[in-house]
Design a protein around this ligand. Sequence first.
Ligand code: FES
Ligand code: FE
Length: 443
Amino acid sequence: MLLNENLGPADIDRLVDEENATASRLIFTDQSIFELEQEKLFAKAWLYVGHTSEIPNEGDYVTRQMATDPVILTRGEHGKIHVLLNSCSHRGTLLCTSDVGSSRGFVCAYHGWAFGLDGSLKATADDMELYDGKVDFNTLNLKTAARVDTYAGLIFATWDEAAPDLADYLGDARWYLDLYHNRTPEGMEVLGAPHRWVVDANWKTGAVNFGADGPHAVKVHGPITAATFGMPPQTVRDSLLNSPAVSMGNGHNGILPLIPESLRDQLPDYPGYPADLIDLYTQMLTPEQQAMSKHLIGGVQTMFPNFSSVQVPAIFNPEEPPVNMLAVRVWQPVSATQMEIWNWFLVEKETTLEWKQKAMQMGVRTFSVAGTFDQDDAEAWAGINIGIAGQQSRQGDMNFQMALAYRDKIIPDFPGPGKAYPSNYGEVTEFDILLEWQKYMSA
Ligand code: FES
Ligand code: FE
């Protein structure tokens, strides 16, 4: 098999079988495929690095990962955002070791080379004249991402000079991102530092699950889902079964769970949203987006390759109305069989401190390291590593064949862009992420 061999395009083409809606199990375990992903995918795609609200002022910085590369996200002069490789250009040590801070620049702890917020080399260990004019210091600036851009406060970067503009890369997905990130004039803010934890699973497991996996919600999460939504399990199942899933193009995918028609006269519009912000939503969202948001009970999406978001109107006290928690996360690849999840909670800047605290609390209880949902998922995902590690078990396929039943059932008059399918159970959108993955890998 392909394990530990050099992979050619013909081999890659066999890893994801579009016609049959299956993928080789090797793409979730094989380290040589993981290494190829770094070169073919993560060096080319736009990757999420942070939120504008995390670095509001000149000098602010946070340290992040772009896949296996450590980076510093800074706000430099005139508010310009930079993404710098966090590796000293002298001997390569990690330059900035803080998670977050504010500074005029970065000084390496090893020999003291100093760099500006834009990555330019300002000073070497001692008098730069000692180099006797033999060195071009312009070649020793920190490497920077080739392109950095934002959409709705979300900051993305790519190492690829030839990458399409971010607006084109996100394309139709922007309509769906707006539902969660662009619904008030001031936009969203990040609540606190990222929660980070390591899961023994390939990064694609998370990306595909959030792209998104409807049936697992009432199986692996079982009563947790029903309790969190404050609905009987059968109602949750019927909602997911009959709610749309959307392939937004360029590998971006998601599901839009909606309040079942039969319950719409019993529940308020905009469940889980702060009531005093609804006027603002109507200013920012189009009538079609408003009609969608009104009946949403959450939403889960993956922006290709490894940036996802989830919104859930959660109830922990049946006496109180639901409160939406919105989490964004990156599935950072660590090895073929391990990822680190970076997870942030977001809320509208315009809402009250009390609501922000509630939204954060709902997030911590549901989608975080100790959250009810993530504990279930981590168990199932780590089980995949064990389940497909053996000589026999690695030879099989990952099955997405519900897509065979749903992929031609495109909703003709869907109000949003992209291709919408009539069920969160369809597996079409999950599989679409792997089809996009194959495009990058075989390019
Ligand atoms: Fe940074 Fe030497 S490794 S100054
Ligand atoms: Fe889950």
